[in-house]
Design a protein around this ligand. Structure first.
Ligand code: ADP
Ligand code: MG
Length: 350
């Protein structure tokens, strides 16, 4: 029998954790955040926060004892920590999914195995691997693990770059051929414990220096791309037996081919606008799915555009007033760093 007010444990205390906690509150789900960040902004939004290194199992057990379900806001939690937790409480999405998508190489192999196209790529362990795959230049060299917001990536235009950019070969990489991008889109999908899915319409994304700058709905794309992207995301959610909200990022190349870029096994920056466009946001749907609450059909109320606010830019936004159709979100991060996501602003349009 489901408890009336479940307690949700969220690993990670950044803006995604904060927005999950805010949605949970609306559903009368209490939240306990587990984080290793002393200044985690989610402390402003959750019911309780436990700050600890992830290797302190006593603290982790303390966290586990307080919650009914566990989820996470980032996919790079050490696997042994998730394994430890899942023996005691349900973890959604399940940790084995992280093992696949934590690593760009295993992720791409998994995606291709389902018959879904990606860019051409090769696993790169050393310089000679790079030089043997010159056919993939110009390309993007990406660390297999722990990369985000363009971190851990090298843009290689030609063979000279291989020598000039001092690449750290202590890590493994994938080299991907550079795509002449027509557009980038993402699909946000939530899958529930009974295997039902809710899929948002495609979101069009504009990146600047490999960091998301702007997300827009509706995405201006052909109907067949719209359908194909949604079908692929659904297939992947099913194959992974995914529970919760996940995001699938796609490239559309100059010949209108849909290529899967990456899967994020969590709520995603490109889905922030769903807070203002839909009856149920990606965050609320995630909480509903992982706490086994009711699934409510999606309804779009508005189109919208979301802009990320990076670094020092946040200062001007904090001092502005906004018209009724603009929604400013301040992540309340104590330290401003260059290129750090500090907030976002969504403008809705009818
Ligand atoms: P991250 O994990 O940092 O989001 P991505 O692989 O999604 O890394 O890359 C970030 C952005 O860099 C992409 O959204 C895209 O704009 C650009 N990019 C990455 N790979 C390629 C590629 N092979 N061809 C063209 N652009 C790319
Ligand atoms: Mg990305």
């Amino acid at each position: 029998m489901l408890k009336e007010n479940p307690v949700l444990g969220i690993i990670g205390g950044g803006q995604l954790g904060s927005m999950l906690a805010t949605s949970a509150k609306k559903l009368k789900v209490n939240t306990v955040i587990l984080t290793n960040d002393l200044n985690a902004p989610a402390k402003n939004f959750c019911d309780e926060i436990i700050i600890t290194d992830y290797n302190k199992l006593k603290k982790i057990d303390d966290f586990v004892s307080k919650v009914d379900f566990v989820t996470f806001e980032f996919e790079n939690i050490p696997f042994n920590v998730l394994e430890h937790i899942v023996k005691r409480k349900p973890v959604y999405p399940k940790p084995s999914i992280n093992q696949i998508v934590q690593n760009r190489f295993t992720e791409k192999k998994f995606v291709n195995k389902q018959g879904i196209k990606t860019t051409s790529y090769k696993l790169i362990k050393n310089k000679s691997d790079l030089l043997n795959n010159e056919n993939l230049l110009p390309g993007y060299l990406k660390t297999c693990t722990l990369g985000y917001d363009g971190k851990g990536q090298y843009v290689l235009n030609d063979r000279d770059d291989v020598d000039n950019l001092s690449i750290d070969f202590k890590r493994e990489y994938v080299l991907e051929k550079k795509i002449n991008l027509k557009k980038e889109i993402s699909i946000i999908i939530t899958r529930f414990l009974n295997a039902d899915c809710l899929i948002y319409e495609p979101i069009e994304n504009i990146h600047v220096n490999q960091i998301l700058n702007k997300s827009v709905i509706p995405a201006i794309i052909d109907k067949n791309i719209f359908d194909q992207a949604q079908q692929q995301a659904k297939l992947l959610a099913e194959k992974l037996d995914y529970i919760g909200t996940m995001c699938v990022e796609y490239f559309i190349d100059e010949n209108n081919n849909l290529l899967l870029n990456e899967i994020a096994p969590r709520v995603h920056n490109s889905g922030h606008l769903t807070i203002n466009t839909h009856n149920i946001s990606q965050f609320e749907n995630h909480v509903r799915a992982v706490c086994d609450l009711e699934k409510i059909e999606l309804k779009k109320n508005y189109n919208a555009e979301m802009i990320n606010i990076l670094g020092e830019e946040i200062k001007t936004y904090r001092n502005k007033s906004y018209p009724k159709n603009q929604f400013f979100f301040d992540y309340l991060k104590t330290e401003i760093k260059e290129k750090r996501k500090m907030g976002h602003i969504t403008t809705v349009k009818s």
